[in-house]
Design a protein around this ligand. Structure first.
Ligand code: DAU
Length: 338
């Protein structure tokens, strides 16, 4: 079986590529290698007889058509994913997350034999007040340009499913964490800052809740989904949530504890504008299909923190150049003003 994975050099994509190769798939990885990609994430796949890497853009229709030729499955993990960056540069989110998905849909609509699975997010629903959980048919209410770009992509998926009778599976997932994630995200950033003894910039009151899923458990969920991909025309949404909802302050404190660093490093700074208070998915449908997350948050966090401690040198280079400029833009004033 042949799969085309887009964004395979990114965080979740790299875990997926490794999982598919382990399961016997032939994998083509189409990745633009933006700032968020890290080819080192797939170093061990290089040279694998069933793995091929192609550098390119999901907005390139001719290339996407060529690569879809002969593919049984297309998995879209190519995206701009960082909410804070979407506040600084929304246009690039529209291009990759919306136009890119339309390009994939255009290429896929002529290929009824190719199954399409698209990665979305729980953020399409906006903030979910406690004790609520968003079911598959909950209304969209995105708060950030990132979340809106993902919701817009889902609407495009819906339009193509209606218009052309396509069957598309859409994965809406909670916060995934684990090795390989870019250091701009909360857990890796706070881990690297704690290791360096630098202030950990906690947005607002830090009482926001996120639902955390270990990357390996995401891959297991995908395996369950791939066992039975629906063929009936329509959008088939799948909710993947761990149910482990933790306040940001508590996560930050756990990181300090794991690294034996003082909690005083946790530094409240100006909040993220439009910051969603809480995400919570109802993933009972997927659980009824046999999926359960296996890695409890504290255990996964300890493994993740240890991974960043051991791979810190590799990430240190990101502290120069692009990331350093982004960090200054995003946090410079916030940290100076605290
Ligand atoms: O919920 C799924 C989503 O999870 C994915 O769709 C997104 O692509 C992914 O980036 C993630 O979005 P979040 O905004 O929840 O993740 P982030 O790591 O940016 O932030 C997690 C929480 O930590 C959030 O409440 C904001 C807070 N935070 C984050 C950063 C980077 C801070 O307090 N300080 C920070 O410096």
């Amino acid at each position: 079986m042949r799969a085309l994975v887009t964004g395979g050099c990114g965080f979740i994509g790299s875990h997926v590529v490794r999982g598919l190769l382990a399961d016997g798939w032939e994998v083509t990885n189409l990745d633009k290698l933006t700032y968020a990609a890290n080819p080192a994430n797939l170093a061990e796949a290089e040279g694998h007889p069933r793995y091929r890497f192609v550098q390119g853009d999901i907005c390139d229709l001719a290339l996407v058509r060529e690569l879809m030729d002969g593919a049984d499955l297309v998995l879209n993990f190519a995206a701009e994913t960082h909410v804070d960056r979407s506040l600084l540069e929304p246009g690039v989110f529209v291009r990759t997350d919306v136009e890119g998905v339309v390009t994939l849909l255009e290429a896929a609509r002529a290929r009824p034999g190719t199954a399409l699975v698209h990665m979305s997010t729980d953020e399409v629903f906006g903030s979910i007040p406690a004790p609520g959980e968003a079911a598959e048919d909950a209304p969209f209410a995105p708060s950030s340009p990132y979340a809106a770009s993902k919701a817009a992509a889902e609407l495009m998926v819906r339009a193509y499913a209606e218009t052309y009778g396509m069957a598309v599976t859409v994965l809406r997932c909670c916060n995934v964490y684990g090795p390989n994630q870019h250091v701009e995200k909360f857990i890796p950033l706070f881990t690297m800052r704690a290791l360096a003894g630098e202030p950990m910039p906690l947005y607002g009151d830090g009482m926001q809740e996120r639902e955390w899923l270990y990357a390996g458990d995401f891959v297991e969920a995908l395996r369950v989904v791939l066992r039975e991909l629906p063929a009936e025309p329509g959008v088939h949404a799948v909710h993947i949530g761990s149910g482990e909802r933790v306040r940001n302050r508590e996560t930050a404190e756990l990181i300090c504890e794991l690294l034996e660093r003082p909690r005083e490093l946790i530094t409240p700074v100006a909040d993220r504008p439009g910051h969603d208070r809480r995400y919570a998915l109802d993933s009972s449908r997927l659980r009824a299909r046999g999926w359960r997350p296996r890695v409890p948050f504290r255990e996964g966090l300890a493994a993740t923190v240890a991974w960043y401690r051991d791979h810190g040198a590799a990430w240190a280079q990101t502290a120069s150049g692009e990331f350093a400029r982004y960090f200054e833009r995003q946090y410079g004033e916030r940290l100076a003003r605290r």
